[in-house]
Design a protein around this ligand. Sequence first.
Ligand code: 6R9
Length: 653
Amino acid sequence: MDHAQANAVYTASADFIAQAHVDAAGYERMYAASVADPEAFWGEQGKRLDWIKPYTKVKNTNFRPGEVSIKWFEDGTLNIAWNCIDRHLATRAKQTAIIWEPDDPNVPAQHISYQELHDNVCRMANVLVSQGVRKGDRVVMYLPMIPEAAYAMLACARIGAIHSVVFAGFSPDALANRINDCQAKVVITADTAPRGGRRTPLKSNTDAALLHCSDRVRCLVVKHTGDQIHWMDGRDVDVKELMRHASPDCPIEEVNAEDPLFILYTSGSTGKPKGVVHTSGGYLTYAAMTHQMTFDYHDGDVFWCTADVGWVTGHSYIVYGPLANGATTLMFEGVPTYPDAGRFWAVCEKHKVNQFYTAPTAIRSLMGLGPEWVDKYDLSSLKLLGSVGEPINPEAWSWYNTHVGKGRCPIVDTFWQTETGGHMITPLPGAIPVKPGAASKPFFGVKPVILDPTDGHELHETATEGVLCIADSWPGQMRTLWGDHERFEEAYFSQYKGYYFTGDGCRRDADGYYWVTGRVDDVINVSGHRMGTAEVESALVAHAQVAEAAVVGYPHDIKGQGIYAYVTLMNGVQPTEELRKDLVKWVRTEIGPIASPDVIQWAPGLPKTRSGKIMRRILRKIAENDFGSLGDTTTLADPSVVDDLIANRKNRG
Ligand code: 6R9
């Protein structure tokens, strides 16, 4: 795509606009109302949910340093599972709630009706209660993309327990850290997880993790594949067996709007992963509203979000948002390239998907395999396409638009974060014309501001560039970090006082469109997955032969960013190819395959300031193969290390 196309503006068809929930004038009017009087706006939107005790207070939020506190609908009570299931039964008992598409296309798909969802969630909830789980207890899940994952999340919600889903690609160590950090009573896993025809040994990973956890933690096992597993009597529990005997009814627990619904661990710029806490009333209001508006979801549509439930995208747009809206949501166990590169499109055709939501990295990898894989299938059911996780580059946008959307489906490029609970900046299809690569305009109630990174002052001109902050709270916002409110304030509210800091850089063009340019902190985005460089570094230095390590991101054609590690070995250790492979394997076992370094460069020394701070700016430039403009290097303790790093750089592309 040439530059002119990249600046093009795409407007939805007249037919699309005619049926959309919101048109251009409607967006302007509603947006203005939402920021002028958030109390009135969200007071009205909160009525999307059924409340046990209706709220009388809507918004009570404070971004002032030292006093950060975020409360929405604080005197209301409700139950999240009721809102996602029971309240639909009168009209939708037989409607499909979840379509489950297995990894192996020869295994039949499942259509789970709202009634069946109700019964299974209640059975799972009764199993949890039988294992001693009570309101406020934490339940960790380490599961494949199977219906039981949704049952377990909603079962927790039903009884007021707090779930924390750990992505099944994480290692036993990463799982153990999360179980310990939130002091989970129970971990729910499966025997093995089929993905792309291979099996991930979830139960044996969990066995390894539990060696580092309290021996009171119960292990609930979903026997999914029937693969052989080790069994520890007294600790391990066969979930399906207990569900068979459990009652399909389970009373709902009344929870406060501000009681936690889930904890989700995500990477930050420093230290160990952060336990992002989302609460009940505001989160569900926001997930439901964004799902309906951003995807222009209408009753009867089949919605498919390809994310894993281990990420926030799976929480908000596979489970909570769609089910709160009484939607049909598709859950896919597999990968885009199994059994071949046409799988996504085969599934769209098979289940007549109407809205399809995926990540740029998936599009880029499929793009490389040729359009013939898409062209084979009938994609006429598609009405809208979505993108999430990183900025979408013009080539991928154009391919998605032409080959998947056939030029007739609006593409929504949704910018948001684990911390934000739902979409923050996104086109509303039918209301906001799209520019490829721009997340475009704020969602209702969201007040983005662009600040000057040097002194934090607000840049008021329409066309400007700086760091992206949000000036006021919205209902889907995270409330705290699990057990560490101080770190919450420090990470998000201390750098730019009075604002929520996203960690992203951003440009606003003359039309007021927002273009998110990527992280400005030490977080990198690998295939749409967030990774803290500090996490990878601490894994590397935990290896006996590594003295020091510095990790940066570099541009990668498919993944968006790749992981580039500079490693200084202990004195006398030889830098061999074998050791390099060993280090990659080491990081995979310490964190998980998503953290595997793509490049390891042996570094006799790292560029440091006299005070001992590693100058990452220089390491980034070398990794990007852009060392002509290293900037000021006069503060380096030993400038000669830079010459060595340049001479031996690995990425000459
Ligand atoms: C939902 C999710 C958040 C980070 C975020 C930003 C990047 C996400 C984006 C995007 C540009 C988009 N990001 N969506 N950048 N355009 N449409 O991805 O959450 O895993 O917490 O990542 O991802 O850098 O700060 P999470």
